[in-house]
Structure formats: structure tokens, C-alpha cells
Design a protein around this ligand. Structure first.
Ligand code: SF4
Length: 620
């Protein structure tokens, strides 16, 4: 790759949503033809002579050297740094650019400076290692590949871009999407709502029109078109609690204010206490796109107004709503009991119980006025282990595709992951250990993808699925959708999730008793997870018969795991197993199994004891 030297690199930017910026590359291989404003400026000021030269990026070789001097000098005045406004930090086909971008981000992270990135390439999973105040974004103005090929010809395809952002979101990172420059219908016919729906999990959306393209002004009523689009964006974001910004000059300031005046009122303006009945409450949330049953749960639980916006956002995100729905369903059964027995139930209260940074707030706290109990929900459907699993598949997919491309095979792959095994995933690691774990996962994905590439080049996986050593089945895609099946909800994962809660709440358990509530909506739960068997596996692992628990393939490893984590187990008072049935979400069955190994002397509040003693489904 071509290189150049610069004298300075850290600039204050005039862009409306930016503060400082770093552009450590001249040119951009993505070659957007909307046209690209950065290219027009570079050509006008003689930095590149033509489009072909723009397509051959030059990396600023002395970037780190310069930044090590410039950042400490300006550190105090910097609110955030954006990578990049005039090039792309994760340029397709240029790993040197990605490496340099990651080094720069590492430097900003070290100085505690917030960083935002924007790409039409693929966001690398390594970004998850950094502080989660940073924001990782993709540019996405369409889902139509023929539009991409014409206007963003050498960028990453949309599914890859989206998958890389979703992976980071799942790993707890903040993400954002720039829907700019949004084209008019004479350029591409598309439904903005479909695009918005695909990114509904993101934290922030920026929307702006397409400039410098005659096709836009030749579209009759283009300003009305953009005003309608802004209305759609503002309404969509307001209903879901997503931050948004409409770029200046997309329409007039007055129009934006007017649209906001009409659409912003969609979010609750009343306090929950002002609402007397469900009808009034429905009215109060009438613009929120939630199923009636969800709204009903929120109404019954009287969720505090300050938390309502956040919950609605999470419930509206179809990719991630399950865990929060489970929290509410379990809260509902607790609430029923608490109301009858004069107990107070609080959702996600702030609790200062450990050093500087408390872990996340407990989900539910039941109180009789003196003694309290924490009920912390674990969802079987979605664990961090499972997210790591999906992330691995996503990364292997990208790496293998790139590897095949480098070998002259431009094709996609289908995966079947029913027997795929990833390295052990651990939660709550400190930053350094977490980074090591990430490296281990990345190395593992590289190994798997290298093996797959070698096999495909040698002619395997062409007509039928081939198995990799990891258990991942792969085949050259023959059209249709990629399908991916997961390993199922393995029992060890449930047990580790329970133990992880013990680890997470060990400090809180010094202040009050902690019970883990396992929400299981698995369809074959009776076969896969009878609570009594899970309790036995957790509490008395050495009494387990091999055949009885086919999911525990290595009994000795399982016993050792529990022995190793006995301190995490001792923290817990017991496990409440809930059988979630979405058809009857207000009357969920449960069973309680007290922990024989508990190490605390807490007394469960007298009035709450009967909830634990009486199992709703009558058998233990
Ligand atoms: S990705 Fe950005 S900088 Fe690169 S060509 Fe496209 S618009 Fe220009």
C-alpha cells in the first residue's frame, strides 16, 4: 500500500456532529460515486488528480508518531474524535488501514477520549475490547445490492456491514448508523421503514439527504420526499428511544422543528402516576409500537417513568427483546404475590453496594420494609456464550469469504452450526483478561476460516456439506438464504449462567440475599431441562448418571467446573425456575430449589417465604 508523511493529523472539524477528527489515509478504495464529497475536495485542492488515484489509498505512515505528540497537548479540549470524515477507517481490502485505525483507537482509549468511527467496510470485532463509551458506526443508505454496486462499488456488502455492527452491539458496544446521503426514489426504489427496522437495535441514527447529484433535484417534489423521510426517521426513533440527528440542509430548520413538534409528543408526556386505568395507559403509550400484551405487563407492573423509555426501547428491538420480556413476565408473577402479601416490588433499583463501580443493578428486589431479596433473571434463550457463538460464526463467515476471494473464488458460504463448539466463554473478566479472551476467540475464528478456505480450494464443500474440526458444517452457497442452526440450549450453559450471577452479585450478597430466576421458554424444555435435573447437576453433580444427562458430555469436567466455582455457588440462596409460555404470560409456572451450599445467614422475609415454598405447578 502507498504511504505518505504528514505534519499534523488531529483536527477540529466543522462537521455538525463532530468535534475533532483524524483522517490517516488519503483516498478511499470504496470509490463511492454519489459523488463522494471527500474525493471532490481532494481533487479540487490538488491532493489527488483523478478518481483512479483516489481509489489507490495512501496511508499516513507517521500517524501514531504525530498523535502521540498531538493528543496530550489537546487532550483537555477534546470531547470526541471521529474516524474518519474524508476516508474510511476499515477500508475493504486494506488490512493495514484497519490495523492503523485500531492502533489509533487504542491510543485514544488510553487517553480516555471518546472515539466514534464510521465505515462502509466491516467493523472489526476487536473494537469490543475498548471502553464502551465509544461508538462504532456503519454507513447504510440502502439494502439494495444493485444500488451498492453502482454507488459504493468497492465497499463491503450490506449483510456483512450489518452483521459486524450487530456483533458489536451484542457484545455490549454502542453503535450508530449514518443514513446519509439518502437517495431519492428515481435513484433507488426502496422503503425507508424496512431499512430502519434492520437497524432498530442501534443507539443513534443520523439522517441526511444526497447533495451534489442532479438526479435529486430532477426528482419532482424531492423536498417533500425528504420531509416525509425525516418524519419517518423522527417517529421511528422517538417511539423506540433511539437518539437521532437530522443533518442540516436536508430540509429547513423550521420544518425539522415542526416535524419534531408533531412526532416527539409520541413519547410519554404523562407520569405513570397520572394514569388511572389501562385504557388511559394505552392512550398514554399509544404511539409506542408494542404488542398489547407487553403494554399490559408494563401497566400492571407500574414501571417507573424514568425506566420506561429504556424498557420500551429494549422491548421494541425484536433482536433482543426476549430477556427483557422474561424480566417483566417474572416480575408479573412476583408482583401478583407481593400485592396480596403487602410486599414492595422494585424494578432495577440503583444500588451502591461495591467499590467504585457497582455492577449492573439487580433486576427485581422484593422488600417487606426491613429485609430485602434480590431476584436476578437469567434467560436461557440468550446468553453471552450464545452471543459469542454467533459472533464467532459471523467472523468466520467474513474471514472465509475474504480468504476465498483472495484465492480467486468469489462466493458465499452456507453454514450449519448444529455441532459447532467454540472455546469456553467467560463473563466478567477484567479488561486485560477480556482482551486475551477476545484474542483467543479471534485466533480460533482465523484457524477455522483458514481450514475452511483450504478445503474449499481443494474442492470440498461444493455439492454437500463438509465438516470442519470445530463441528461447523460448510458448503458453497447455491442461492437462497444462509441458514444457521444453533447447538441448542446446552445444560452446562444454563449452569454457568447461574454461577455467573453468583460471581456478579457476590458483593451484593453481603448486603441482602440473592436468588437467581431462570426463565426458560425453550420449546422442548420438559425434555431438555427439567428443573429438578438442573438443580441436581448444579448442587450434587457427582450423583449424576452419564446417560441421564446426555448434554453433559464430560462428567469429570462438569464436576471440576462446579468445584472450581463453588464460591460463586455459595453466594446464592436458591434457584427459581420459571416455565415461560408466551401464550399465557401472566400466569407463569415456577419451582424453587434452595441452595444446600449457601454460605450466607440471610433470612428470607417471612411474608415472601410462602412464594418459595409453594411451587406453582405442584411438583418438585
Ligand atoms: S467510503 Fe466515504 S470516503 Fe470512501 S469513497 Fe465512499 S464516501 Fe468517499
Amino acid at each position: 500500500m502507498n504511504k505518505l508523511l504528514r505534519k499534523t493529523l488531529l483536527y477540529k472539524t466543522g462537521v455538525e456532529y463532530g468535534d475533532y477528527t483524524i483522517n490517516h489515509v488519503l483516498g478511499c478504495s470504496h470509490g463511492c460515486t454519489y459523488p463522494c464529497y471527500a474525493f471532490m475536495m481532494a481533487r479540487r485542492f490538488g491532493r489527488v488528480k483523478d478518481y483512479n488515484e483516489w481509489l489507490e489509498p495512501k496511508l499516513v505512515e507517521n500517524s501514531l508518531e504525530l498523535l502521540k505528540k498531538e493528543i496530550p497537548k489537546k487532550q483537555k479540549s477534546i470531547k470526541s474524535v471521529h474516524l474518519c470524515f474524508t476516508t474510511d477507517p476499515f477500508m475493504v481490502g486494506y488490512p493495514e488501514v484497519t490495523e492503523m485505525s485500531l492502533e489509533i483507537i487504542r491510543l485514544l482509549d488510553y487517553y480516555g477520549i471518546k472515539c466514534t468511527t464510521l465505515t462502509k467496510g466491516v467493523l472489526p470485532p476487536e473494537l469490543s475490547k475498548f471502553d464502551n463509551k465509544h461508538e462504532w458506526g456503519i454507513s447504510l443508505v440502502s439494502l439494495d445490492d444493485s444500488f451498492r454496486k453502482l454507488y459504493e462499488p468497492f465497499s463491503a456488502d450490506y449483510p456483512q456491514r450489518l452483521a459486524s455492527m450487530k456483533n458489536l452491539h451484542d457484545m455490549g458496544c454502542k453503535t450508530w448508523v449514518s443514513i446519509e446521503p439518502y437517495p431519492t426514489p428515481n435513484i433507488v426504489q426502496q422503503d425507508l421503514r424496512v431499512l430502519l427496522d434492520r437497524v432498530s437495535f442501534t443507539d443513534r441514527i443520523i439522517f441526511g439527504r444526497l447533495h451534489y447529484n442532479k438526479l435529486v433535484s430532477s426528482y419532482m417534489g424531492f423536498q417533500d420526499f425528504y420531509d416525509d423521510a425525516i418524519t419517518t426517521v423522527v417517529t421511528f426513533c422517538s417511539r423506540r428511544g433511539i437518539d437521532y440527528h437530522i443533518k442540516e440542509k436536508t430540509t429547513t430548520k423550521d420544518t425539522i422543528e415542526n416535524i419534531e413538534r408533531i412526532t416527539n409528543s409520541v413519547f410519554p408526556i404523562l407520569h405513570h402516576d397520572d394514569v388511572n386505568d389501562f385504557k388511559q395507559y394505552q392512550n398514554y403509550l399509544k404511539y409506542v409500537d408494542l404488542q398489547d400484551s407487553y403494554t399490559n405487563l408494563l401497566f400492571m407492573l407500574k414501571i417507573d417513568n424514568s425506566k420506561l423509555k429504556q424498557i420500551i426501547k429494549k422491548l421494541s428491538d425484536s433482536n433482543n427483546s426476549i430477556h427483557f420480556l422474561h424480566e417483566l413476565i417474572i416480575g408479573n408473577t412476583l408482583n401478583e404475590f407481593c400485592k396480596k402479601n403487602s410486599l414492595v416490588l422494585e424494578y432495577s433499583p440503583k444500588y451502591k453496594y461495591s467499590g467504585k463501580k457497582p455492577a449492573k443493578n439487580p433486576d427485581w428486589i422484593v422488600s417487606d420494609g426491613n429485609q430485602k431479596v434480590v431476584i436476578e433473571v437469567v434467560t436461557i434463550d440468550k446468553s453471552n456464550q450464545e452471543s459469542a457463538f454467533e459472533t464467532c460464526i459471523g467472523l468466520i463467515h467474513n474471514l472465509a469469504k475474504d480468504g476465498l476471494k483472495r484465492n480467486g473464488i468469489d462466493t458465499d458460504l452456507d453454514f450449519n452450526a448444529s455441532r459447532f463448539k467454540i472455546p469456553t466463554y467467560q463473563e466478567r473478566l477484567n479488561k486485560k483478561e477480556h482482551a486475551k479472551q477476545e484474542d483467543r476467540f479471534t485466533d480460533f475464528c482465523r484457524e477455522v476460516s483458514d481450514r475452511i478456505v483450504t478445503k474449499v480450494i481443494s474442492g470440498y464443500g461444493r455439492d454437500k456439506y463438509e465438516t470442519d474440526d470445530s463441528g461447523l458444517l460448510f458448503k458453497i452457497k447455491s442461492g437462497g438464504l444462509t441458514y444457521m442452526t444453533t447447538v441448542g440450549h446446552e445444560t452446562y450453559r444454563v449452569i454457568n449462567s447461574i454461577l455467573d450471577k453468583g460471581k456478579k452479585y457476590s458483593a451484593l450478597s453481603n448486603v441482602m440475599p440473592v436468588i437467581v430466576a431462570v426463565a426458560n421458554s425453550h420449546q422442548n424444555r420438559s425434555k431438555a431441562y427439567p428443573p429438578s435435573e438442573i438443580a441436581k447437576l448444579l448442587y450434587y453433580p457427582d450423583t449424576v448418571y452419564e446417560q441421564q444427562f446426555s448434554n453433559i458430555t464430560d462428567k469429570e469436567k462438569h464436576i471440576n467446573n462446579i468445584q472450581d466455582r463453588i464460591e460463586d455457588l455459595k453466594v446464592l440462596e436458591g434457584i427459581l425456575f420459571y416455565k415461560i409460555d408466551y401464550n399465557r404470560i401472566y400466569t407463569t409456572d415456577y419451582e424453587y430449589y434452595p441452595n444446600p451450599h449457601k454460605d450466607t445467614n440471610w433470612e428470607i422475609p417471612e411474608k415472601f417465604k410462602t412464594y418459595l415454598e409453594v411451587n406453582s405447578n405442584g411438583h418438585k
